[in-house]
Write a protein that binds this ligand. Structure first.
Ligand SMILES: Nc1nc(=O)c2c([nH]1)NC[C@@H]1CN(c3ccc(C(=O)N[C@@H](CCC(=O)O)C(=O)O)cc3)CN21
Ligand SMILES: O=c1ccn([C@H]2C[C@H](O)[C@@H](COP(=O)(O)O)O2)c(=O)[nH]1
Length: 279
């Protein structure tokens, strides 16, 4: 079985059998009922992208194109404006987290990237000395949290390092996430940061290396148990999906478009599941 499917199945079993229940949970369902979840802490996985190990399950369809568009909204557009996400990119799934009638999700994500010129500084650091060990994206900015309301970032820190093997330079990345709605967003989050890693690698003409994924609180909500059991009853695809970025080496980070990405050999098990999200 593919690594990502095995890890997903193991994580579901682990949460159902060894997880503990949240108390005083923040989110609520649309009905107003508190959304509790069963969770484990300290989940870690390693994927060698250069060997075709991508962090995507085949047990249900994952909205990869939407995930990549959301990522471009954050790191290229550098805005938290929902009109941009919904109208330019056609991604609707953030609307529940609008702050009042502001049209945005607060000084968070893309607005934080812009506020601190995080992407500019990251690319600059890698340009000046690829072997520096300080290539960090940190969206956990307390000053921004004090400046506006809004959901706090979940996938909040990414670190990058280069590694030479013979003639080739590989770019490795670590994504750190404080909280993850596993059935909904585990593979969305992992694959969107793999896409970011691929974009940075292309910008410099490097190869993609390893992707490390750490989640501190990995959970399944109390209204998702039927979905969890349905996923466990399925047989993963025999095919191994691979994400490709079809642009030449050296393509500027900001010139890469959603349609430059292609997910090949992706034949997820259907039908799609539906989720009543914790908001
Ligand atoms: N409880 C919760 N879970 C999340 O995953 C989440 C939040 N809240 N709050 C902020 C963002 C919004 N995210 C979301 C929200 C909805 C979908 C969703 O509905 N996904 C569908 C398909 C969407 C599509 O086709 O565009 C899915 O089946 O995964 C995904 C990510 C991730 N984040
Ligand atoms: O990119 C994302 C954004 C959000 N989530 C999930 C993780 C949690 O279930 C909620 C956020 O609730 P908190 O109470 O702030 O932890 O949204 C995700 O998995 N990925």
């Amino acid at each position: 079985m593919r690594k990502a499917d095995k890890i997903f199945i193991d994580n579901i079993h682990n949460i159902l059998e060894n997880g503990v229940w949240s108390e005083n949970a923040r989110p609520k369902y649309k009905s107003g009922v508190t959304a509790n979840s069963k969770y484990i802490t300290g989940s870690f996985a390693e994927y060698d992208l250069s060997k075709g190990e991508f962090p995507i399950t085949t047990l249900r369809p994952i909205a990869i194109k939407s995930a990549i568009k959301e990522l471009l909204w954050i790191y290229q557009e550098q805005t938290s404006n929902l009109d941009v996400l919904e109208e330019k990119y056609g991604v609707k799934y953030w609307s529940e987290w609008e702050v009042g009638d502001s049209g945005n999700i607060g000084l968070r994500y893309g607005a934080t990237v812009k506020q601190h010129d995080i992407m500019g500084k990251l690319l600059d650091g890698l340009t000046k000395n690829p072997w520096n060990r300080r290539n960090i994206i940190n969206l956990w900015q307390y000053a921004d949290f004090e400046a506006s309301e809004g959901l706090l970032p979940c996938a909040f820190m990414t670190m990058f390092d280069v590694r030479r093997v013979g003639e080739d330079i590989f770019l490795d990345a670590t994504l750190t996430q404080r909280s993850n709605d596993m059935l909904v967003a585990h593979h969305i989050n992992a694959m969107q940061y793999v896409a970011l890693q691929m974009m940075i690698a292309k910008h410099f003409g490097w190869k993609i290396g390893k992707f490390f994924y750490f989640v501190n609180n990995l959970h399944i909500y109390d209204n998702q148990f039927d979905n969890a059991k349905e996923l466990l009853s399925r047989t993963p695809s025999e095919k191994n999906p691979i994400l490709k970025l079809n642009v030449p080496d050296g393509t500027n980070f900001f010139d890469i478009k959603p349609e430059d990405f292609e997910l090949v050999d992706y034949e997820p098990v259907k039908p799609q599941l539906t989720f009543d999200l914790a908001i």
